[in-house]
Design a protein around this ligand. Structure first.
Ligand code: FAD
Ligand code: EPU
Length: 283
């Protein structure tokens, strides 16, 4: 059998919020299976760490990269690497980012350690250029392979209009693999930088959440604005605006997507500044 494995599954189990109804999940492990999956309306699911999925699920097929598309080759490419500049082999879009960051630290390869603590997959993190003030995904990319409705494309960051929490890659174009562009350092130095980024995260809640709800508008902190509007601790059903950090909505257990939507509406109504959602709402 060469086709993708297809299963109807609750999406809640694939998300860090732990909310979301059923859909047909396609586990694709090569480019041919991916092309087949993309032939009908689809969504691409990564680490599920930025998603609020309706309790009714989604009607489209949901693609998950697996097998070789979730594998990594961190060996420096002999032709592309040069002195302290390291360009790796291909890293699959389905690779969990936290494990990758740990592996790079052990090798003493720098550039991506600022993204420590982001519970994404590589493809999802690249698609939205996830990051912290200590670094973002586009700080460590050499080449991107992207599956589009018109076929496979290989591009470099210079070909894209990327910026804060934005790769410029159109929705539903799928980041299948990337080559990383890293700087040779030492495990100790990379660890020290990771610790800085980790420390900045100390005030974030430890409960089930899809991360920050809103992007920071023009240099202001969305968390601070929501906090100043007096909304910490506001609760609808099983969803709560975290007392630790107001830009995080957490699932107390049994939260529904509607509970989260109600809190997002409350925030928009009470904060005077227009806020752009960072989460993705499905459908
Ligand atoms: P998903 O949540 O699965 O999907 C998000 C979007 O990416 C969807 O549109 C999806 O279709 C798309 N996508 C997924 N995979 C691919 C792919 N292979 N190709 C193309 N598109 C794809 N974010 C930060 O930027 N900085 C932080 O510090 C941060 N901290 C967080 C802390 C916690 C505890 C949590 C839960 C989240 C945090 N986030 C943070 C948010 C989240 O991790 C990022 O938005 C991340 O980029 C989402 O990646 P994902 O793989 O989980 O994508
Ligand atoms: N603040 C408040 N009240 C709050 C929350 C924050 O007053 O409820 C204040 C803090 O005291 C601080 C300032 O706002 O002075 C900034 O807060 P923080 O350091 O927590 O950073 P942030 O801007 O809120 C950003 C990213 C996070 C990332 C951290 C650490 C965005 C939207 N958020 O948060 O990313 O982890 O920096 O680098 O850019 C995410 O994108 O999902 C995410 C979690």
């Amino acid at each position: 059998k060469t086709g993708a494995r297809i299963e109807r599954l609750p999406l809640a189990r694939f998300t860090t919020l732990g909310v979301g109804g059923e859909a047909e999940v396609w586990f694709v492990s090569d480019h041919q299976q991916l092309a087949e999956a993309m032939a009908q309306p689809y969504r691409i699911l990564g680490g599920g760490s930025n998603l609020v999925i309706d309790d009714g699920g989604v009607p489209e097929r949901v693609i998950r990269l697996s097998g070789p598309l979730a594998g990594r080759n961190l060996t420096p490419d002999a032709e592309l690497s040069d002195g302290d500049l390291i360009v790796t082999g291909w890293v699959g879009g389905g690779v969990p980012l936290p494990g990758l960051i740990r592996a790079l630290q052990k090798l003493g390869y720098s550039n991506l350690e600022g993204t420590v603590g982001i519970p994404a997959q590589v493809g999802g993190a690249v698609w939205m250029n996830a990051g912290t003030r200590y670094g973002e995904m586009f700080g460590g990319l050499h080449t991107l392979e992207i599956a589009t409705p018109d076929g496979l494309k290989v591009v470099t960051p210079d070909d894209l209009r990327w910026g804060y929490r934005d790769s410029g890659i159109p929705r539903n174009h799928i980041v299948t693999r990337v080559r990383l562009k890293l700087q040779r350092s030492t495990p100790e130095e990379v660890l020290a930088k990771m610790t800085l980024a980790d420390t900045a995260r100390k005030g974030q809640p430890k409960m089930k959440t899809p991360g920050c709800a809103f992007k920071n508008p023009g240099g202001m902190g969305a968390g601070r604005l929501i906090d100043e509007a007096g909304l910490k601790g506001a609760q609808v059903g099983g969803a709560l605006i975290a007392p630790e950090h107001a830009n995080f909505i957490v699932n107390l257990g049994g939260a529904t997507a509607a509970d989260v939507h109600a809190l997002l509406d409350l925030i928009r109504a009470r904060v005077g500044v227009p806020l752009e959602l960072e989460y993705e709402l499905w459908p």
